[in-house]
Design a protein around this ligand. Structure first.
Ligand code: MN3
Length: 208
């Protein structure tokens, strides 16, 4: 039986300050993410997906009215598992060569990528996420935005990078200034090594 568990943060709670404070990570990781884990486990029982992997739970519960609650919590668990690893102290900076080249080919270069990714995050009305994803059929990179817990995985895409634009992710540090949060995420927090790892992982690609 699959059991969702809260991962440890891969850095100290104050490691991303001043761009993301220890207080934000205390609430976001210890309270919000924990709540998705707890509720997800409750809703997994009796769902018919008790023995599925987390990837399969997300994909198979998406769009099913009777599994909407399970999808919301399992997808948010999946999203946050990655989100903590998509950031690191002294992040941002140069994009690894293989990925930089692909971004130039498909998305018009790193500056245009950064502008369009931030615009997707700012333009997501209400809670949700913005993403760098890859279409497994065409191989092309694309920028996406999704509401609530939805993610590229649910839409059959390979997820490479995502930024949480729910207010709980930035309100303590940035109040209503979501554009400033997105700017700091890209300039000072993104862990491009992890993005590259996902881009080059056959297992991650095949799960999409
Ligand atoms: Mn969140």
């Amino acid at each position: 039986m699959t059991q969702l568990t809260l991962p440890e943060l891969p850095y100290a709670k104050d490691a991303l300050a001043p761009y993301m404070s220890a207080e934000t990570l205390e609430f976001h990781h210890d309270k919000h993410h924990q709540a998705y884990v707890t509720k997800g486990n409750e809703l997994l029982a009796g769902s018919g997906l008790e023995n599925a992997s987390l990837d399969e739970i997300v994909k198979q519960s998406f769009g099913k009215p009777n599994l909407q609650g399970l999808f919301n919590n399992a997808a948010q668990h999946w999203n946050h598992n990655h989100f903590w690893k998509w950031m690191k102290p002294n992040g941002g900076g140069a994009i690894p060569g293989a990925l930089e080249k692909k971004i130039a080919e498909d998305l018009g270069g790193t500056e245009k990528f950064a502008a369009d990714f931030a615009a997707a995050g700012v333009g997501q009305f209400g809670s949700g996420w913005c993403w760098l994803a890859q279409d497994p059929k065409t191989g092309k990179l694309e920028i996406m935005k999704t509401p609530n817990g939805e993610n590229p995985l649910a839409h059959g895409k390979i997820t490479l990078l995502g930024c949480d634009v729910w207010e709980h992710s930035y309100y303590i540090d940035y109040r209503n200034r979501r554009p400033d949060y997105l700017k700091a995420f890209l300039a000072n927090m993104v862990n491009w090594d992890y993005v590259l790892e996902l881009y080059q992982s056959d297992a991650h690609r095949q799960a999409a």
